[in-house]
Design a protein around this ligand. Structure first.
Ligand code: GLC
Ligand code: CA
Length: 562
């Protein structure tokens, strides 16, 4: 790989840090994180060395799905503050050289959005075609699966006009009708509104779902229930809409875009991100997250299958090795804490395991998306009681399982590992009440381990997870090879070791990661001579000319000698 042949872009070289505002920092004691809270923590955010903040939705919302149900796209959620707070936040970030990427949620709105209130009033309302309606005279609409519906049904009957409306998510999140050019224009105008304020990009929520199949045909048997996700992502006009969005809006600004891409796979991702198509810069997929995780997020034995994980990640790297650009992530607000899901949160391993996973995220090709709190190794809260949950997804699936006479305990047990609320517990700032997150009652319980695991404790401790993360961000910044270098997987069948080389302009780095709680010893491969250590999450690295040893969850990056 030659740097001279690569099109360098700021968003390829950036490290993105995701903030879920509800759980980051409360500033007024109502138990809910807010924009002022983020402003107050900007020095911390800057100290991480990251470049871009992706902020989850902070628009006006009745919060059926914590801000992913938007009732006004141009207003700040009252719980989070005001537009003045937003403007101040954006300014203060730019002053510190940080960029801000917002969430764009335009597959659906809230049912409390003015558009929907109008739309449901009469069949001839001017806003009727802003949404998808199916009149009862046509009989029952063809089945559509819903993530968050109480019954899993994406069609909701609405008596007022005697018709069903479509909602891939909760019944309070009706899907917008992109087939309608007036709706598309509204969305593009709204995007210009935010870009004119100076934001630096959008993360586009389930953007792969915006084009629906004409007349809502029945899907083949293979695409029933949750498998419909793949069909949802193949609406016939998706790429036409994205190209239109690109020419109408995106091409006018120096910004970055990333699709949340359920239903994208290595074989079709280039349709979204091949730069010559003029659609989006990046996409993030779910192929690794779904390893060992079945319907309703019930896990099976494959859940931490390293060989499968390596294969998925290597396939994705290859798909984007000459065109487009990849993304790398473990945690976000929809997945559990990375250390609990991908390694171990057992007290004796948690710190090393967190550092190992940070090493991985920051040494792969593709832009890393790093979730707040992972830098201090926060772990899953593992609620025992369904009443502790806030997330409508876990709650609905629990009730559905109960109604069916299914195994609710199995659901609770799996959700201790997989539930979204595990990642939404408040950030653990210090060991004072409520971890310093709020002086009031937090909207979601704080993980009791905050007494030991918190920012204040790690801030100045040299060997903390936090300082390791900062160091690893610098290692990536100092080594363009980690950004642009080619990636080659080694030992692909190894069940504990994830090892690869990165190569740029003839220089090679070797990354060795022990993804297990056992020590391991392996022979070095032909042609690989270990040189200087670039980074190591343990004090020592044990190797000679032939073999190397790794401690549980040890991570090492070394130079390869010629
Ligand atoms: C995306 C969001 C998720 C939300 C859903 C519906 O998957 O990341 O949090 O619930 O879309 O908007
Ligand atoms: Ca607050």
């Amino acid at each position: 790989m030659k740097l001279a042949n690569i099109k360098r872009e700021w968003w390829k070289e950036a490290v993105v840090y995701q903030i879920y505002p509800r759980s980051f920092q409360d500033s007024n004691g109502d138990g809910i994180g807010d924009l002022r809270g983020i402003i107050n923590r900007l020095d911390y955010i800057k100290s991480l060395g990251i470049d871009v903040v992706w902020l989850n939705p902070c628009y006006e919302s009745p919060n059926d799905d914590n801000g992913y149900d938007i009732s006004d796209y141009r207003t700040i959620m009252s719980e989070f503050g005001s537009m003045d707070d937003f403007d101040e936040l954006l300014n203060a970030m730019h002053e510190r050289g940080l960029k801000l990427v917002m969430d764009l949620v335009v597959n659906h709105s809230s049912d409390e959005h003015e558009w929907f209130k109008q739309s449901r009033q009469s069949r001839d309302n001017p806003y009727r075609d802003y949404y998808h309606w199916w009149p009862v005279e046509k009989g029952k609409p063809p089945a559509r699966w819903s993530y968050f519906d109480k019954k899993g049904d994406a069609w909701k009957y609405d008596a007022q006009t005697n018709a069903y409306y479509l909602h891939y998510f909760s019944e309070k999140q009706p899907d917008l009708n992109w087939e309608n050019p007036t709706l598309r224009k509204e969305i593009y105008d709204m995007m210009h509104f935010w870009f004119k304020k100076g934001i630096d990009g959008f993360r586009m929520d389930v953007i792969t779902f915006i084009s629906k199949h004409d007349d809502y045909p029945e899907f083949e048997a293979a695409y029933q229930n949750q498998n419909m996700i793949d069909m949802y992502a193949q609406g016939p006009r998706l790429h036409e809409y994205l190209q239109e969005m690109h020419s109408e809006v995106l091409s006018h600004y120096d910004i970055m875009t990333v699709a949340e891409g359920p239903g994208t796979h290595a074989h079709n991702v280039l349709d979204l991100v091949d730069e010559s198509r003029q659609e989006l810069n990046m996409n993030y997929h779910f192929d690794h997250q779904s390893i060992g995780v079945g319907p309703r997020f019930i896990i099976n034995d494959d859940f931490q299958n390293l060989v499968k994980f390596k294969s998925v990640m290597s396939t994705w790297d290859k798909a984007l090795s000459t065109k487009g650009w990849n993304t790398i992530y473990f945690g976000n607000h929809d997945f559990p804490r990375m250390v609990s899901r991908w390694a171990s949160d057992a007290p004796e391993f948690r710190a090393a395991a967190s550092k190992m996973l940070s090493t991985y995220l920051l040494s792969m090709r593709g832009t890393p998306y790093y979730y707040m709190g992972d830098e201090i190794g926060m772990s899953n809260i593992k609620f025992d009681d369904i009443n502790d949950y806030n997330d409508l997804m876990t709650i609905n699936w629990y009730h559905l399982t109960k109604e069916e006479g299914g195994d609710t305990q199995a659901l609770i047990d799996s959700h201790k590992i997989t539930a979204r609320d595990n990642a939404r517990t408040p950030i653990q700032w210090d060991s004072t009440d409520n971890a310093g997150f709020t002086t009031g009652k937090p909207w979601l319980k704080v993980n009791p381990n905050y007494i030991d695991i918190n920012v204040a404790e790690q801030q100045n401790r040299q060997d903390s997870e936090l300082n390791y993360f900062r160091k690893m961000v610098n290692v990536r910044k100092d080594n363009l090879i980690l950004v642009y270098g080619s990636y080659t997987l080694l030992y692909d069948e190894h069940t504990q070791l994830y090892a690869y080389t990165r190569e740029l302009d003839g220089k090679r780095l070797l990354v060795l990661l022990n993804f297990s709680d056992q020590m391991l010893e392996e022979s070095l491969l032909e042609g690989i001579k270990i040189g200087n250590i670039v980074v190591n999450n343990y004090p020592e690295f044990n190797f000679d000319a032939k073999v190397f040893k790794l401690m549980p969850y040890q991570a090492v990056i070394v130079n390869i000698l010629d």
